[in-house]
Design a protein around this ligand. Structure first.
Ligand code: CP3
Length: 344
């Protein structure tokens, strides 16, 4: 029975004696077995589009640690690529894309409904995982939120301040809004296809939400995520949705209802105590250990982990990091965190 899965119970609003646990970027370069499979695939994108190897790396942290959830191995930038953008990864630097800054470039993108042929290997990975995962492990699918995806499509790479996207928003609102709309539509159809293939929960990553100021935060982070939640729930009303508007700070307050999400993931910019008071009364929360503890370990890892678990023990909580684990993390520290959460 899926309702016995701890992650699904927490997402439904249940307060559990021990919070279920998973970790952003749990399949990644800090694991030697990931590096070996990635070398076999050749490069990161070939790994994402190889269902056999992508499902293998998704399963690796489940086998090693027994996390309560598994997250599909893919990337938020596969959607721009499916829409027709060029995408490649430069080792040691990160993603590169062909840019969208004009009406002509926007018009040259594919319609949102045409992404499925390109993304078929991702759906196949989801299908393999739905079969292979242990009964108690929840399968999470995901996509980037429109603002975050747009920042990469406009700049053609990651940027420290999302300057090019803010620039296009100021200089050519028509193109900017058209791009946001295209990404929003594609994301709805993409997430619904992941659910059809076997994803039990979906998560929206708005990694750069924090750089939206004033009315832009509601208009370009919250409203597009609300539209996606509506579009997914219209087809899959029973699939829980986690939203991660990273860096929202005090704007996290009231955000469950604003987005319509079942769970809000929060970064380490707000304290678990603040979240217990201001956010958790509205529904499940997920977070927020600083990922640097996975590098440094020791007593500080243990005491911070305990503090977060205690602070959020009176409501629905999924334990996670505040952001993805980094390649320099020590796999032994991940085990120490899990043992601490589970009281071992
Ligand atoms: O969490 C997981 O384990 C699932 C897989 C996953 C990846 N990326 C794999 C990945 C997920 C959910 C993502 C999301 C993602 N991708 C985000 C949103 C979350 C966040 O971290 O803020 C963003 C902004 C991206 C775009 C992206 N992908 C960047 C900027 C980079 C380069 C940075 C880096 O860490 O190298 C990637 C590459 C990437 N995506 C890796 C992994 C495991 C590293 C690739 C490698 O093996 O070299």
């Amino acid at each position: 029975m899926t309702s016995q899965k701890t992650i699904l119970r927490a997402l439904a609003g249940e307060t559990l004696p021990t919070p279920p646990i998973w970790m952003m970027r749990q399949a990644g370069r800090y694991l030697p077995e990931y590096r070996a499979t990635r070398a076999k695939a050749g490069d990161f994108l070939s790994l994402c589009y190889n269902p056999e190897l992508a499902s293998e790396v998704t399963l690796q942290p489940i086998r090693r640690y027994g996390f309560d959830a598994s997250i599909l191995f893919a990337d938020i930038l596969l959607v721009p690529q499916a829409l027709g953008a060029d995408l490649w990864f430069v080792t040691g630097e990160g993603p590169r894309l062909s840019t969208i800054t004009s009406q002509a470039e926007l018009d040259a993108l594919k319609p949102a409904d045409d992404i499925h042929e390109h993304l078929a290997p991702v759906y196949e990975t989801v299908g393999i995982l739905a079969k292979e995962l242990p009964d108690e492990t929840t399968l999470i699918g995901f996509a980037g939120a429109p603002w975050t995806v747009a920042t990469y499509m406009i700049a053609g790479k990651g940027t420290p301040d999302q300057g090019p996207a803010h620039g296009l928003k100021a200089d050519n609102r028509t193109v900017f809004d058209g791009l946001m709309e295209r990404i929003t539509e594609a994301t709805i159809t993409y997430l619904n296809a992941q659910i059809e293939a076997g994803a039990e929960v979906v998560k929206l990553f708005d990694s750069w939400a924090g750089s939206l100021q004033g009315a832009d935060f509601e208009r370009y982070s919250i409203a597009p995520m609300r539209e996606i939640v509506r579009g997914v729930k219209a087809v899959n009303p029973n699939t829980p949705i986690i939203a991660f508007p990273r860096g929202a700070g005090e704007r996290y307050k009231g955000i469950h209802a604003a987005i319509g999400a079942d769970c809000i993931a929060f970064d380490d910019g707000v304290s678990a105590e603040w979240v217990a008071e201001n956010l958790q009364p509205d529904g499940c929360v997920q977070g927020n250990l600083a990922s640097s503890h996975m590098v440094t370990g020791g007593d500080a890892l243990v005491s911070e982990t305990r503090r977060i678990v205690d602070a959020l023990s009176n409501g629905p909580h999924i334990f996670n990091l505040g952001h993805g684990i980094t390649p320099d993390a020590d796999p032994a520290n991940v085990q120490l965190m899990i043992d601490t959460v589970r009281g071992k």
